[in-house]
Design a protein around this ligand. Sequence first.
Ligand SMILES: [Zn+2]
Length: 445
Amino acid sequence: MKTLLKNGYLFTGGSEPVRQELVVEDDRISALLAPGTVVEADAVVDLQSRAVIPGFVQTHVHLCQVLFRGRADDLALLDWLRTRIWPYEAAHDEDSTYLSALLGCMELLAGGATSVCVMESVRHADAAARAMEETGIRGVFGKAMMDYTDTPAALGGMPDAFIETTQESLDRSMALLKRWNGAAEGRIRYAFMPRGILTTSEEMLQELCRLGREYGVLVHTHACETVPESQLVEQRRGLTEIKYLHRMGLTGERLLLAHCLCIDDEDMEILRSTGTGVASCPLANLKLASGVAPLQRMKNSGVRLSLGSDGAPCNNNLDMFQEMKFAALLQKGINHDPTWMPAEDIFRIATEGGARVLGMEGETGVLAIGMKADLAVVDMNRREAAPAPLSVSTLVYAGNPGMVTDTMVDGRWVYRNGTFPGLDEERIRAHAAEAVERVLRRANG
Ligand SMILES: [Zn+2]
């Protein structure tokens, strides 16, 4: 199958797009040609001066939480987890998890994200993988692993539905890895996802270090999200989070840490020297009042950075345009310096940067010949952006998901003219509305 995208402007790097024709053959970009080049193709799409961007790579999302959007506002992290998110997640069934993940994948694709790193709940992670497979998104996913049940008082007790022994957690993760790693023509990959240090035993972390290496898969966890949580880790494990993970042998290019807010210079040096990836979630950090990650300082130190939306109940959406804008503005604001985190840098972090931390460098994250055809078509001539120039600045500072008209993953249109081919969105949303009532009833006993 050969598709020609003509009369468009392509963001291939740099601050402004170039006028080029783009050819997709099967799952990859096969040519970038001068305007007007005649190409024989099975399908021709006239972009009518719209722009094409590499799809965003969202590196920290909980698809199972989409159903709880707007149900856990105005709470601090530990309360947010203890009183809402854990009981809600524990009340999920297979069908409600699937519907939650479907809604999340659709929102991501409609917002121009083509890849995602998904931390699911302890149970029903299969349902999220099914939704990823069916919606056509590319991604890494894993079930949350929580084998350490002696949680601090601030977190209360662990819901019964989460409780599993170290061996059960490892066995269930391995079964998912065998079922899904490399599934959907390689579009779906598995990763080990201990939820956080406070809920993971030392024994399990050691085992994940070994298994991650043996199977060549990522380990993804939350780290250094809030000061109280970091203090609890230090009290219980004797070291701050990054230093503890480093001592356990987990730091490295196959480790991806969500947040990394409260870190010192030594932590930053560990992250840099080991190539450990960071998934920064600026909106979630603001909404839970956790603070602001030192993104520019990490960038200056050479830490590998990416962006994620985290869960819908702490954001409350999965919109990479907002993440980019907030990430850039926060760095300027807290440092009283408008030159910090320029638009080009944050756009690169949201695309190439994400691909790099997920081990998908050279595969996705840029528009170039030989790369996977993972892209979004953006109408930058809408009222809220006109008459701004076609530039990265417009995408970052004036962009929004409403500008995305089409999204392609692996050479296949997964979002086309504002709809999802093969999916009945209305029906999915109606079922999701029923599911959320059922889950909340169960959670509230
Ligand atoms: Zn998270």
